[in-house]
Design a protein around this ligand. Structure first.
Ligand code: CMC
Length: 452
């Protein structure tokens, strides 16, 4: 067993896997995780055999050992630091979950108070940064702004210059708090910029989610009424997005961070990865898909039939690791019904989404491929009901995922086996060849061009 008591058994040198390649056999150690997940450790493979592994999309490849999140995609299980996500969503607040992910334990009353105070203390952004927002074109996507602003934080708060093993712990802690607090302000400012309204500054009397909603929706002429149901729905959404082990954006954060670049730059890379429609950008795509169905006037069944024929994607369906109903989607679906009811919103899109799900869950095409609703299928409907526009959906995902990125970046840095991440490849291009006369401009013609 591990000595810190947090994780389960690791390789004790007892179990190995034998690989035979070109007549040569090598015994590879087996590592077993807390929940008995097994991995064949191939660290010595190339040295022993001269061969590497090839695994497109990393379907079978683990990049690290991690104590942050446990995910069992076959059984729909998701836990942060051991706590089931269902329990956290029902009983805790996002900032507590963020603390849990980053620090490894739930905060006690004192830690909770200090954490909240620090999030308040760091919530403003430098006034010079505020001016950046005005330079973006009118229709700039907020994810581009978010990523650029986050990397810009490293120029305003350079105390965390590099991701060095000997970087003072305090600098990392401060950078993590700054990010947690300022990302929310940057997100709200990017929305205000997109609608041409003045920025609303954070308020220290408001808690994290209420503060964000106030920055988004209040204006000098119209205060925003903060409804507890909306705050609670936002807490649930952010908690459910808070971490998801080695997903695309988190892997981007770890990979970029492995070059020892600072936390801000690493998170900025994660934001860019999250933007993609196959990842966090899917929540915007779902709403656009529902809008398309309504605008086209076709039946939901006809839409699904078309998808099957053309092999397009049904956004909000399918997942690389879940081969059953995404546990986050279950909670979000229930929350969606609740929020729409409380707010008295009657959204035709919810009916269409429910019909889509119903058809998808019975159709052989989706069943045989294990395609079920994922976290993005219903989240957009709640955001819409709250008043958040679809261009901001992925920004909301980023706000939620931030503690996970920070926790994973820190974990990578603290790992004694920390290494620059640098995959190999199998080269399939042409053999060595020479340039032929006439393929490039001759030296003389190059010189005469420069002279002109
Ligand atoms: N709609 C229709 N067919 C699909 C879908 C979908 N959403 N997802 C996968 N398939 C089909 C795919 O065409 C393939 O069919 P075939 O075997 O005939 O070639 C089969 O299912 C297996 O697909 P895959 O592309 O090998 O699966 P993957 O694990 O690489 O893809 C995915 C995972 C999430 C990229 C994919 O399911 C997808 O593109 N879904 C839609 C986008 C989406 O909702 N993304 C959000 C994921 S949840 C948020 C997050 O954690 O990132």
């Amino acid at each position: 067993m591990r000595t810190n008591g947090q994780k389960g058994p690791v390789n004790l040198g007892l179990e190995t896997a034998r690989l035979t390649f070109r007549g040569q056999s090598v015994d590879l150690p087996v590592t077993v995780g807390s929940e008995n997940e097994a991995a064949i450790d191939i660290s010595k493979l190339r040295k022993a055999t001269g061969a590497i592994t090839l695994d497109y999309g990393y379907l079978n490849t683990g990049s690290c050992e991690s104590a942050v999140t446990y995910l069992d995609g076959e059984n729909g299980i998701l836990r942060y630091r051991g706590y089931p996500v269902e329990e956290l969503a029902a009983k805790s607040r996002f900032v507590e979950v963020a603390y849990l992910l980053i620090n490894g334990h739930m905060p006690n009353a004192k830690e909770r108070g200090e954490w909240s105070a620090l999030l308040n203390q760091h919530s403003m952004i430098h006034e010079d940064m505020r001016r950046f927002f005005y330079q973006y074109p009118e229709h700039a996507h907020p994810m581009a702004i978010l990523s650029a602003m986050v990397v810009s934080l490293s120029t305003f708060y350079p105390e965390l210059s590099q991701h060095r093993p000997n970087e003072p712990e305090e600098a990392i802690t401060i950078a993590a708090k700054r990010l947690m607090s300022k990302l929310r302000t940057i997100a709200a400012f990017s929305y205000k910029k997109s609608i041409g309204e003045p920025f609303v500054y954070p308020r220290s009397d408001l808690k994290y989610c209420a503060n964000f909603l106030n920055m988004m929706f209040s204006s000098p002429v119209c205060p925003y009424e903060i409804k507890p149901e909306v705050v609670s729905a936002l807490n649930v959404l952010l908690i459910l997005h808070a971490d998801h082990e080695q997903n695309c954006s988190t892997s981007a954060v770890r990979l970029v961070g492995s070059a020892r670049v600072n936390l801000y730059a690493s998170v900025s890379a994660g934001i860019c990865a999250l933007w993609g429609p196959l990842h966090g950008g899917a929540n915007q795509m779902v709403i656009e898909m529902l809008e398309d169905i309504i605008a086209s006037g076709q039946s939901v069944k006809a839409y699904v039939d078309r998808i099957k024929t053309t092999k397009e994607l049904l956004y909000g369906f399918g997942h690389r690791v879940y081969k059953t109903y995404d546990p986050r989607a279950k909670i979000i679906k229930a929350a969606c019904h609740r929020v729409l009811k409380v707010l008295g919103v009657n959204d035709r899109m919810l009916d269409i989404a429910l019909e889509l799900e119903d058809i998808g869950m019975k159709d052989e095409y989706f069943l045989s491929r294990n395609l079920y609703p994922n976290v993005d299928f219903y989240s957009g409907l709640i955001y819409r009901a709250i008043g958040i526009p679809k261009e901001m959906f992925t920004v909301m995902f980023a706000l939620g995922r931030l503690p996970g990125w920070i926790a994973q970046w820190k974990e990578a840095r603290e790992d004694t086996r920390f290494k620059l991440q640098r995959p190999r490849q199998i080269y399939v291009g042409p053999h060595k060849r020479r340039l032929l006369p006439g393929q490039v401009a001759s030296e003389t013609s190059k010189t005469s061009r420069t002279k002109k």
